[in-house]
Structures are given as structure tokens and as C-alpha cells.
Design a protein around this ligand. Structure first.
Ligand SMILES: NC(=O)c1ccc[n+]([C@@H]2O[C@H](COP(=O)([O-])OP(=O)(O)OC[C@H]3O[C@@H](n4cnc5c(N)ncnc54)[C@H](O)[C@@H]3O)[C@@H](O)[C@H]2O)c1
Length: 413
């Protein structure tokens, strides 16, 4: 074990893919080095292991197994950045080794995994933070502030519609995300961000969900298919063709490394094995009576969302387009519309770095000492569980055709 730097929080990172070496590696070391020290890196892929220290810009031991890294480096906190279905195992192992955990979302993909994490947190007395970076995006923080200030009176209902464009949306269908056993479906993987925002805005437990979800554009719906984009005979006529050779970042991180584990970054979006919906909608009811109408689409000409929160005395509207065919404003526009009186328009400037400032806000909160939390943005394992459970219940509803309870369940589930 290397000598500790006094006063610095000792972090170890498991999962050295795009999110791991990017936001939790390179950006963390560059911007937070006065408060943190990365003491170990872990990944199952030998080439990603070999390349990660240089990509991140540090010299640090690398490990193939989490257990060995925990024993050798004795970190204060483990950052979990492996695929979603592996989060629970890594989180519990780290907690049991006496470390706190920061896990990427979704915290887990099943109710049983959520229970296991909550039990381990209680048993060990350590803490799990869930990386719900969208809570820190300035526009969502402003919405929360407006709700807390009583701008529209008691919240009654929410309309929330999220659009992934053909570029970003298709990306989820190229990799492990497209398998329900690995991601829980996009109702869990992607929508856990949105369900968390809803849970945070509504400030009540989600009670039940009725959902629809179908595969309409990708997977078996495709007109043809191959194994992957590289070398595909359909490349010239496929609108989703990805030339990984043209992207040095993806090529360096995944293409050459794929010979070790077969993990293809450009797998065919029309693969037969894809078993998650690409077109989803859900109605949620909260214990407080608040109702939500939600949807998620993955093959749109725009990227972004439309959000409206309806209170007894007014409405807040936000339309945010991350990408669209007209000029992009450098700020988001929020309308606050009282039922009576004058409407106001608020421009919220985007923050620095990823997710319009969400990533930086989350890392400030987690690593800069004495950062205030007046909006309650810090999200723990309970919040992680309830966000994931909304998606789990939504998928159950898709299958049953009935409304399903949002519940942590019991050992017998
Ligand atoms: N909060 C956000 O906005 C946000 C954005 C992107 C990704 N994420 C989350 O970050 C996580 C990682 O996403 P990604 O896009 O980097 O995925 P990825 O597939 O690119 O990377 C995952 C890495 O984990 C490694 N791995 C797999 N099994 C392992 C094991 N048993 N032990 C050690 N390493 C193992 C893989 O080799 C790979 O390097 C996911 O949970 C994802 O949901 C969150």
C-alpha cells in the first residue's frame, strides 16, 4: 500500500470504461486533486487496465479483481462504474471491506439487489452515494428551488417526456444496455435518472405504476442485421452505421480491448437478442396522490426533455433540447405561470462539463469540504432504490398489462 497523502480522501475506482476513466478518472483527478487521491484502479479487461493510468493522468496500481484492490489499497471510498447488473456485488463487497461507496446509477437492476445493498449499508454502517448528477444540473436545481419556495402551491401532477435522438438513443442498443438482465431495460438504466428527479420533486414515495413498452425501431424490427458495424455488408444503407475507426476515443477504449473479452462497442442495433423496449410510457401515482405522466423515446430527431409541474396555484414549464436542428441557446428557459397574476420567464445558464453542470455539481458536493446542500441534492441508497424500483415496477407492468406496486418486496420475491 502506497503512503497516504495526509487529509486526502483515498478513492479506488472499479470499471474503467467511458464513464470510469472520463468523469470519475480524468476529470476527478484534474479538478479535485486537493481533496482526493486515487489509490487504485480495477477492470476485468487487461488492455483497459493497462491504458487507464495514462488516460487518467496518474501513476497508480491497477487490479483485475476488486477483492485484491480492496485488500491492497484500503480505500476510504470505492467508486463503482461497472455495468449495471454488477453494481450490487461491487457495492456490497466494498461496504464489507469497510469502505464507503459512490455508485453510478442505476444503483441496481432488481428489487432483490436493492434490498441486498440496503441491508449491507445498515449492517456495515458505511454509506452509499448514488451518482444522480441530474439533481445538480442548474435547471433542475432551479425547479426544485421554485417548488420549495411555493411558487405553484402544492404539487398535484407532473408531465415529463424525455427524448433520445437517433445518435444517442441507438447507442444503448449497441451494447449490454440492450439486454434486460444487464440493464433492467431503459426503464431502469436510463429512466432511473428521471424517476429520481420525480421522487425528489414530489417528495413522497412512488406507490404504483402502469406502463407500456414496445420494441418498435431496433432489434428484430430492423430490416436487416449483422453482428457489428465494422465490416458489415449493410453498412452503406444502414442509418445507424457507426464507424468506430473514425472515433479515436471509442477505438482506443473498446475496439482493441474487445479481443480480450468480446465486448463490441459497435454491435448491431438490429440484433435478435435485444429484449428491451425502445418506446416507453408510464403513469405513476405517489402515496401523496401526485400523478405523473412519463415517456421515453429512443429514436427522435431531437435530444432533450419537456417537463411541466402542475400545482394548485400554477405551473412550471421547462423545455430543454440538448440537440435540435435550430441554434442552441446557452441557457434553459423556465416559465413560471401562476393561475392568476403575471407569468415570469427565467433563463438558467448551463454549467461547465458534462450534463450541463450536473457532473461538476455532484463532484463538488461529494469532494469539496463544506459544500452546502440546501436543496437536498445528495442522494443515498434509499433514493437509489426507489428510482430503480419505479423502473422495475414499470417493466413488470409492461408484462402483466396491469398497474403494479412500486415496492422493495420481500425475500420471497
Ligand atoms: N450518471 C450518468 O449520467 C452516467 C453516464 C454514463 C454511464 N453511467 C453509468 O456508469 C456505468 C458505466 O458505464 P460505461 O458507459 O462506462 O460502461 P462501459 O461498459 O463502457 O464500462 C464498464 C467497464 O466495466 C468493466 N467491467 C465489467 N465487468 C467487470 C468486473 N466484473 N470487474 C471489473 N470491471 C468490470 C468493463 O471491462 C468496462 O471497462 C454504468 O452503470 C452506467 O449506467 C452513468
Amino acid at each position: 500500500m502506497a503512503a497516504a497523502q495526509p487529509g486526502k480522501r483515498r478513492l479506488a475506482l472499479v470499471g474503467l470504461g467511458h464513464r470510469g476513466v472520463g468523469m470519475w478518472g480524468r476529470e476527478l483527478v484534474a479538478d479535485y486533486h486537493p481533496w482526493i487521491e486515487l489509490v487504485g484502479l480495477c477492470d476485468s479487461n487487461p488492455l483497459r487496465r493497462e491504458r487507464a493510468p495514462a488516460t487518467i493522468g496518474i501513476e497508480v496500481p491497477v487490479y483485475a479483481g476488486l477483492g485484491e484492490m480492496l485488500r491492497d489499497t484500503r480505500p476510504d471510498t470505492v467508486i463503482v462504474c461497472v455495468p449495471d447488473d454488477l453494481h450490487d456485488e461491487a457495492i456490497v463487497q466494498a461496504l464489507e471491506a469497510g469502505a464507503d461507496v459512490i455508485t453510478e446509477k442505476p444503483m441496481a437492476v432488481t428489487a432483490a439487489q436493492c434490498r441486498r445493498i440496503l441491508d449491507a449499508e445498515r449492517r456495515t454502517g458505511r454509506r452509499v452515494d448514488v451518482a444522480f448528477n441530474y439533481r445538480y444540473t442548474p435547471t433542475f436545481a432551479k425547479v426544485k428551488e421554485l417548488l420549495l419556495s411555493g411558487a405553484i402551491g402544492e404539487l398535484q401532477s407532473v408531465d415529463f417526456h424525455w427524448y433520445l435522438d437517433v445518435q444517442h438513443g441507438a447507442d444503448y442498443f449497441r451494447r449490454w444496455h440492450a439486454r434486460r438482465d444487464r440493464s433492467g431495460s431503459l426503464f431502469v438504466h436510463k429512466a432511473s435518472h428521471h424517476f429520481d428527479l420525480l421522487n425528489w420533486f414530489v417528495q413522497a414515495r412512488p406507490a404504483e405504476v402502469f406502463a407500456r413498452g414496445e420494441l418498435r425501431r431496433y432489434g428484430r424490427r430492423g430490416p436487416f442485421r449483422g453482428q457489428r458495424c465494422r465490416g458489415c455488408e449493410h453498412a452503406a444503407r444502414c442509418e445507424f452505421h457507426l464507424d468506430i475507426g473514425q472515433d479515436p476515443w471509442l477505438h482506443g477504449l473498446y475496439e482493441e480491448a474487445s479481443r480480450h473479452d468480446g465486448y463490441l462497442r459497435d454491435a448491431c442495433v438490429f440484433r435478435e437478442e435485444i429484449d428491451i423496449p425502445d418506446t416507453m410510457s408510464a403513469c405513476l401515482r405517489y402515496e401523496s396522490g401526485v400523478q405523473v405522466s412519463y415517456s421515453l423515446n429512443t429514436y427522435m430527431p431531437i435530444e432533450g426533455y419537456q417537463l411541466a409541474l402542475n400545482g394548485l396555484h400554477g405551473r412550471i414549464e421547462v423545455r430543454q433540447h440538448e440537440r435540435h436542428p435550430w441554434p442552441q441557446p446557452p441557457a434553459d428557459e423556465i416559465h413560471v405561470l401562476p393561475n392568476r397574476g403575471t407569468a415570469t420567464r427565467i433563463w438558467v445558464p448551463h454549467g461547465p462539463r458534462g450534463h450541463f453542470g450536473g457532473d461538476a455539481g455532484l463532484q463538488d458536493r461529494l469532494f469539496k469540504p463544506a459544500t452546502p446542500d440546501s436543496l437536498g441534492q445528495r442522494a443515498g441508497a434509499e433514493a437509489g432504490a426507489w428510482a430503480a424500483l419505479c423502473g422495475v415496477a414499470a417493466m413488470r407492468s409492461v408484462e402483466s398489462g396491469r398497474s403494479e406496486p412500486v415496492a422493495l418486496g420481500t425475500e420471497t420475491d
